[in-house]
Design a protein around this ligand. Sequence first.
Ligand SMILES: NC(=O)c1ccc[n+]([C@@H]2O[C@H](COP(=O)([O-])OP(=O)(O)OC[C@H]3O[C@@H](n4cnc5c(N)ncnc54)[C@H](OP(=O)(O)O)[C@@H]3O)[C@@H](O)[C@H]2O)c1
Length: 269
Amino acid sequence: MTDAGKTILVTGASSGIGRAVAAHLAKDGWRVFGTSRSGRGGPEGVEMIACDVDSDDSVTRAVSAAAVHTGRIDALVNNAGWALMGAIEDTAIAEAKAQMETNFFGVLRMTRAVLPLMRTQGGGHIVNISSLSGVFGTPFSGVYSAAKFAVEGMSEALRLEARPFGIRVALVEPGDFRTNLPSMRRTVAAAAASEYAAAFQRFHKNQAKDEAKAPLPEPVAVLVAKILADPNPRARYSVGMFTQRMVGPLKRFLPGALFEAIIRAALKV
Ligand SMILES: NC(=O)c1ccc[n+]([C@@H]2O[C@H](COP(=O)([O-])OP(=O)(O)OC[C@H]3O[C@@H](n4cnc5c(N)ncnc54)[C@H](OP(=O)(O)O)[C@@H]3O)[C@@H](O)[C@H]2O)c1
């Protein structure tokens, strides 16, 4: 089967990266089911389904709704997510759990829901949208990073487990892209009156400057399409501005202390 006519489910298709991915694949001829919590807001050519990835029932209903039309789901892009900001010391356990609920358990839930179908149909692709924060622990985004590291570990394991069933798993590690992520960001309640407030503000100002220069997310969509067309994709792909794409190789090849010094200087922490 060529990509045209294949069925894909993209979570978080109402905005940003997910919307760009869904639109791009629909233009390529995929039958695209996109999700958002309201079931609205998708681009042209994308069939939207309501799905809150925090909820078992909602995920089960959404996957069934997509599968009922075509009897198969050839690919899943786990993209839905949001970002929690704040120092680790200031992060309440409930705040951390909410972040993990969407950004890690949401990915796990969706993945578990599509795997039985992918196994019985003889294969499929799962692409998990991680982050540069899944490559190194980003200050003042420590729990966001933790969720992305968890997605990275789970994806590596699933890649090995699911391969005999023809299921291919890949991670995408975007740098900064211009989306609604900054405006949807939640800051921990204790941040304002914190000992870390000055450092946090400095970091945040610097981050906002990087985000203002960030490109639109089309390159992520092009990369996802390339991964889906590959019968044997790599484990991980970085995408974004050159200096951000360099972080993975620098972490792999530089001594730890030197890598950390570069990160401290670059992030002004
Ligand atoms: N933008 C970047 O610079 C960047 C960099 C690295 C990684 N990422 C990752 O890329 C992914 C997409 O982010 P984005 O930048 O495109 O942000 P965005 O524009 O805010 O889009 C987030 C999407 O996730 C959906 N969503 C949020 N919570 C959800 C939930 N509980 N259940 C279902 N859907 C939910 C939103 O849909 P509704 O609100 O309509 O439900 C929306 O469609 C995230 O995983 C993020 O961590 C982004």
